[in-house]
Design a binder for this molecule. Structure first.
Ligand SMILES: [Fe+2]
Ligand SMILES: [Fe+2]
Length: 259
């Protein structure tokens, strides 16, 4: 099974630029690259910060670009999103829950749990008791391996400024995953706008670059926070029922050579 992870698309109003970059043009280039090279993917998951301000017109713009994807897609809210506008913009997304937008997606090889960590007005994220109970029930009932997708990192990444806006109080969530170690194979997140990998308690964790601006590692121990124009990218996830493989693919024009 092949899955695509796209994250932190940060679409603004038409023509709006972010740190001098054009998020809509970047996402169009990303979608074209995915379609050209990974049209066989079963699903594309966009892991939050879909738009910048959470307006209906931003989500309409997002839908216009994502509708060109060759495969189905699913959306997860991030801190820049707004639940009501997201639900209104994508009424056919089968977003579960009245107060949160968790989604469970069955594939032949795995159950995908797409988690809503959004907290209105906050940069950090949260999994409240209700959201945790939903996850616990899905983990208990799934007979397949489980892949988890979410916006906020539940693990520290060692970048001080980003670690100040993580998933708050991750303990109960990590403890729940630990109880299902072996079933939970990997946790994919966004928010940090760069690739990161770690293993904790026998479970793999990774993030992907944003499609538009990135977060620089410059000054990471000092708590500095710089956006950067490093190349945007997306993740290509391979799962054979046993092993999870994660590739990072930049999508800006690049020459390729016969080897
Ligand atoms: Fe973001
Ligand atoms: Fe974020």
């Amino acid at each position: 099974m092949k899955l695509i992870q796209v994250s932190d698309t940060h679409l603004g109003e038409p023509g709006e630029r972010v740190f001098g970059l054009d998020p809509a043009a970047a996402l169009e280039q990303c979608v074209a690259h995915i379609n050209a090279h990974h049209a066989d993917a079963a699903l594309c998951v966009v892991t939050g910060d879909l738009v910048n301000a959470g307006t209906g017109s931003e989500y309409a713009g997002l839908k216009r670009v994502l509708s060109r994807l060759a495969m189905p897609y699913r959306l997860i809210p991030g801190n820049h999103d707004a639940r009501d506008a997201l639900k209104a913009g994508f009424p056919d997304m089968r977003l579960e829950g009245k107060d949160f937008l968790h989604q469970s997606v069955e594939t032949p090889d795995a159950t995908l749990l797409l988690l809503d960590t959004h907290e209105p007005g906050k940069e950090s994220g949260r999994i409240c008791d209700g959201r945790l109970a939903w996850i616990e029930a899905r983990l208990a009932e799934s007979a397949k391996p489980v892949l988890v997708f979410m916006h906020h990192p539940p693990v520290a990444i060692g970048h001080q400024a980003m670690d100040r806006m993580p998933l708050r109080n991750p303990g109960p969530f990590l403890e729940l995953l630990g109880r299902h170690r072996g079933k939970v194979r990997h946790v994919f997140f966004g928010h940090v706008h760069r690739p990161f990998f770690t293993v904790l308690d026998g479970i793999g964790y990774s993030s992907v670059p944003g499609t538009c601006h990135q977060i620089s590692l410059i000054g990471m121990e000092r708590g500095d926070l710089y956006a950067s124009s490093e190349p945007g990218g997306y993740g290509v996830i391979l799962f054979d029922g046993v092993r999870v493989g994660v590739h990072m693919q930049a999508f800006a024009d690049a020459a390729v050579f016969d080897v």
